[in-house]
Design a protein around this ligand. Sequence first.
Ligand SMILES: NC(=O)N[C@H](N)C(=O)O
Ligand SMILES: [Mn+2]
Ligand SMILES: [Mn+2]
Length: 454
Amino acid sequence: STFSGNETGDLEKQGDLFPQILRDEAVGRLYQLGKVSDGNGYLERTFLSPASMRAINAIREWMEDAGLRTWVDQMGNVHGRVEGANPNAEALLIGSHMDTVVDAGMFDGSLGIVSAISALKALKVNGKLEKLKRPVEVIAFCDEEGVRFQTTFLGSGAIAGILPATTLEISDKRDTMIKDVLKENSIDITEESLLQLKYDPKSVWGYVEIHIEQGPVLEQKGFPLGVVKGIAGQTRLKVTVRGSQGHAGTVPMSMRQDPMAAAAELIVVMESLCKSPEEFLSYDDHCSDSSVKSLSSSLVCTVGEISTWPSASNVIPGQVTYTVDIRAIDDLGREAVIYDLSKRIYQICDKRSVSCNIEHKHDAGAVICDSELSSQLKSAAYSALKKMEGDIQDEVPTLMSGAGHDAMAMSHLTKVGMLFVRCRGGISHSPQEHVLDNDVWAAGLATLSFLENL
Ligand SMILES: NC(=O)N[C@H](N)C(=O)O
Ligand SMILES: [Mn+2]
Ligand SMILES: [Mn+2]
């Protein structure tokens, strides 16, 4: 059977479904958080921005409302923890990110935080919170998207202990460094205190993240929930092309060293490479034909940002800078693409007598989710959907994630599992992003069921 997500009627009567907490209140909180923005008329909440500070306060209140002990760490992550019946047992960490992209949807990241808190609140209401078999800690990570500093996972990377000490010196477009942003928010962090944020792997049982799918598969299958098999690896580059700035009216075309035209050619060549890697990648390079085959199904590249100087319509630019975001399931394949692309960038710039610089801003290897955690999430999703919908024939789907998640960083600390929630049209990183109320409910119920069977 498939779920339209609009089922109502006698669902409300079943006592242990908590519609008020897991649907009504959770949806209300998502809408409330969706309005906590630095943008005027659109949602933007980047690392430790004024809106992020307001979001921290709201999330902390909700955690306290669920009976959790809360604190904010020195990277700006919000923690809510309950020790349960065995305080010395390894803890389950569960959460997602509170930051957003620019002109974002209100579910990306926030859904995982709200679902975790609401499920724990339901346990508090039915008296099971203190009986949890192991400590459970909700973490709202401060920076997963990496919009402001281009390195992502600043929050989860600190907890996982994978941030290099130089992280604090990374600066944004306005040359403000991470450590300055922290100081502006009266968080006095040093390299030592950054390194101390790392959790001891022996104190952690696993990490679970509830997140919207940001793709069309669950909607197409008619299922509200799905289990994530793995997460594609990703590389972010910053390419700067420099030429000779000049008068738009006087320099003959044959004498130009135009970085804008060069950047245009570089971007189209990258698009062609990623559309048909098998045509571009020579097999004898460090790329086996199996990697090339896997590339053609999963390789994606995006230029999301481009800027130029001096950016005047009658001036041949002196410099053009653009971002590159490349992802693939296969790490070797992705590395081969980066190698081949870099070679082509230098060749084309040479031919055009412009100079270029390729800066590696971020690399994250592909992650395979833990099979035991994944099967527990699958049965939790199954029992949630069965409660909501009566009997269900099909199996809960499993799928890959092209989007990155904090689980990639957390996989360096502990085993990870992810539960995907259907989103309308698979649209995300857009104000059109939408999750049905009943699918929010299903996510909360699945989380509750997972926690009850820890
Ligand atoms: N680090 C990231 O990948 N951030 C987003 N979730 C993304 O998929 O772009
Ligand atoms: Mn996102
Ligand atoms: Mn996300």
